[in-house]
Every structure is written in C-alpha cells, then in structure tokens.
Write a protein that binds this ligand. Structure first.
Ligand code: ARG
Length: 460
C-alpha cells in the first residue's frame, strides 16, 4: 500500500510515468540517517511544545530507533512507490509506531525544510571527511619534501628551464593550495552550512510553537536561519561545496599532470610504485600512471558537477521548486569521486621515487643561471637593463658554441663585457643560486626548511 504524503485532495493516484520521473530514492536514500536524526529532534520539539505526551515521545523515539536499526541492517528499504527518502521513512515509521502515533510526527515540518537541513548535515559530515583526505595528501607531499631537502631541480616557466629550485620547494608549491582548500572547507562550514533551516516549514515558518533554535542546537548546528523563505530556497551552501570540491580536483590535477610528464622516458624524474601503476593489455613493457590520469580526468567531472548545479539554480524563483531535487546528484558524485580518488592519489605520491641525481644534473642546464649573472652584475653597480643584455650575450655565445655558461673562459667573459670579472663564477653554481634566494618564500634551503615547519604547523 502506498503512503504518499499528499493524497487527500486527489481523486486518482499518480500515473506510473509520474512515479518513474518523480522518484529520488535511488540517490537520496543515503540521507536516511540524517532524516532520522531530524525526526528525533523534531519529536523532542513537538513534546516541548505540548504536542506529544511523555509517553508519546518515548514511543515515538523507540519507533524511530527501531526504524534506524532496520535501515542500518538493510531490512528496511525504499519501495518503488516511495517518492523520496522522506516518504519512505514516514512509511517505515507508520509501520512501527502505528498510524495514530506515527501520523503525529509530521506536524509543523515540511520536506522542504527537512531536506534543506539534512542535506546540510550530510555535506558537513562529508566536508570533514574530505578535509581529512586532503590533509593526508598534503602530508604525503610534505613528507616527500622533507625527505628530499637539498635536492635541486630545474624550475620551469612556460615548461622551459627557468631557474634552479629545490625539489622540496616545488613539491610544497603543490601542498599550499591544498592547505587553502582545507581553509575553504572550514570557512564554508562556519559561514553557510552551520545554520539550520529546520522550522522554516514549507516556506513561511512554523505555527505550532516549535522552536527552530532548539532543534538547531539538538542537531549540532550553531543556530537557525533568520528567514524561512531563504532557509528553504537557498542552495548556495551546495554550490560553494561543489566549488571547493572542484577546486580540490583542479589542484590535484595540476600535480597529476606534472607526475605524468615527470614519469615519461624523456623526463625520467620519477618512478611509480608498482602498486600504484597499471599495465597494458597488449604491450607487455608498459607501466602507466593511471591514477594521475584519472585524477586529471575526474577534475573535469568535478567542474561539470559545479556547472550543472549552478545552471539549475540560475533564475529559479523563490521559494522551493522541484528543480531543487536536482541539487543532490552532482555533489553526491563529487563527494564519491574525491573519496575514492584522494586515497589512491595519496598512496601514489607517498610511494613516488625521485631520480635525484638526474634532477640535480638538469637543474642548471638550459642557461638557468643567466639570471644569477644579471643579478651579480647589479650587485657590482650595473643597471639591471644593461646587466640583462650582458647576461643575454653570454647565453648567445654559449648557444653558438654548444656549451654551458660555466664553460665560458675568463677571456670570453672579459670580451663580452668589462664588467664580467672572473669573480662572476661564484654565482655560476646551483648551490650559490639557490642560497641567494633567501627572502621569505624563496627557494634557499634555509627558507624551505622554515616553510616545512610552517606547513607542518598548518596541517595539525
Ligand atoms: N525530494 C525533494 C527534494 O529533494 C524534497 C521534497 C519536496 N517536495 C515537494 N513536493 N515539496 O528536493
């Protein structure tokens, strides 16, 4: 027997096509534990308002607990006729508490304020889970940075050799965005997700003397929403969550892309652990960076979920419209995606091995010390504009002869510019170049050491 929540004014039941279209239990069933928590809190608030006797409250909570146990064990499941998670759970409650008592729980609440509240509760929990996974990835990157302190590598702009940097410095540049994502999750929670719309009713607020602040506190929210229309209609808390998950995907994809490049034969910077790479069905020699490629690919999907959600919300009139049921699948998908992706990605990063000799050898190549020559000249009093020209001339000579900057002789230097005394050689080493970038945020070993301490402190 169907337990539609809205049968009274209808002469006939819904068509089968409507039921097919309307049903959301295949995706919103995961909200069941949150709906049940909301029902417990609602029963207590009804009791406080004098709408449930002491005995009624006790029987109601016992029935909800029984239902929760049956949901957990899988004994209670949605039926094809249940429109959504709320409908299914009401049926379950009526079966356990009886129609007389069970029928009292719905007073003063609407699925509109229920879903707006429990979706927040669900996202808050998963926000914390994702934050933990992001923290673990940031820590894996940080440990690699710590382990390789002192190893130089070619720093790049435009994917061309630019200046030598420490491998640790480069790795930490992938960890800091994740630290900011952690901040975003925390701030999102405090700003938009911590207010409960419970008590907003369908849109106009509740009339039965129920206290929204009490129910908010009961459910672990910091307070209740100040406007019942906004409480039921707003989904910016979903959109912002979708943005943060997309940004996490983007941040991970940038490291993923570098690992894919570093893992090519031509680069040869890293080797992947066998447990975190895949083979080919036809080419026996292959060892592929599939985790990094999946991370790169799935970042597109996370962006798509955000774009789809925002498009649903665009120009949607207040208050609740059924369009809003489309708010769940995109973020559920983003959550599921990150909760599977991040542990695999973290494992891959934690087990990466770096060819440190190759990185160090390549660090100064491609005339990556040309800037150091220019800056040495500036310290000798040469205007930077001229220093840039002189250093560029050194590069030109080297390129013509197929040699590196440190192969230039004292005579070569003198011929290029009288400012270039043999003392310029002191900056023609990777160590000297690195050590000179000694201001906060620079790649000097001492500064990177400080940075490691700073990020460790932020990740605790
Ligand atoms: N399942 C709906 C949703 O997820 C909530 C139900 C509200 N339905 C309604 N007819 N007012 O948004």
């Amino acid at each position: 027997e169907s337990t539609r929540l809205w049968g009274g004014r209808f002469a006939s039941g819904p068509s089968s096509e409507l039921t097919e279209l309307s049903r959301s239990t295949h995706f919103d069933w995961r909200l069941a534990p949150y709906d049940l928590a909301g029902s417990r809190a609602h029963a207590r608030v009804l009791h406080r308002a004098g709408l449930l006797s002491d005995a009624d409250l006790e029987a109601m909570l016992a029935a909800i607990d029984q239902l929760a146990a049956d949901v957990r064990s899988g004994e209670f499941l949605p039926e094809p006729d249940d429109e959504d998670v709320h409908t299914a759970l009401e049926r379950g409650l009526l079966e356990r508490a009886g129609a007389e008592l069970g029928g009292r729980l719905r007073a003063g609440r609407s699925r509109n304020d229920q879903v707006a509240t429990l979706f927040r509760a669900y996202l808050r929990d998963h926000g914390r889970q994702i934050a933990q996974l992001v923290r673990e990835l940031a820590l894996a990157i940080t440990s690699q940075a710590e382990h390789h302190l002192g190893v130089p590598m070619p720093g790049r702009t435009h994917l061309q050799h630019a200046q030598p940097v420490l491998l640790s410095h480069h790795l930490l540049a992938h960890a800091w965005p994740l630290v900011r994502d952690l901040d975003r999750l925390e701030q999102w929670d405090a700003r938009v997700a911590a207010e409960s719309p419970y008590g907003s009713g369908a849109l106009a607020g509740s009339s039965l003397g129920l206290d929204p602040e009490a129910i908010a506190a009961d459910l672990g929210f910091t307070g209740s929403t100040p406007n019942s229309i906004d409480g039921t209609a707003a989904r910016d808390f979903v959109a912002e969550f979708a943005f943060v998950t997309a940004q996490i995907g983007i941040d991970v994809s940038r490291l993923a892309e570098e690992i894919i490049i570093w893992n090519t034969k031509e680069f040869g910077f890293v080797t992947l652990h066998d447990g975190y790479s895949t083979g080919s069905s036809i080419m026996p020699q292959k060892k592929n960076p599939d985790i990094a490629e999946l991370a790169r690919g799935k970042s597109g999907r996370l962006v798509g979920n955000l774009a789809g959600l925002l498009t649903t919300l665009k120009a949607l009139p207040l208050a609740y419209n059924r369009d809003l049921q489309e708010d769940k699948e995109p973020v559920f998908d983003s959550i599921d995606t990150l909760e599977v992706l991040l542990p695999a990605f973290t494992g891959m990063v934690a087990t990466l091995t770096f060819d440190t000799a190759r990185l160090a050898e390549l660090a100064p190549q491609g005339f990556a010390l040309a800037t150091d020559i220019a800056e040495w000249l500036v310290r000798q009093g040469v205007p930077f504009r001229e220093a840039h020209e002189i250093s560029g001339a050194c590069v030109q000579v080297c390129e013509q002869r197929g040699i590196e900057l440190w192969d230039l002789t004292d005579e070569d230097f003198a011929q290029i510019s009288p400012h270039l005394s043999p003392a310029v050689r002191e900056v023609l080493s990777v160590e000297g170049s690195l050590a000179s970038r000694d201001a906060r945020g620079g790649t000097a070993p001492a500064r990177v050491h400080d940075q490691l301490k700073e990020i460790r402190a932020r990740l605790h």
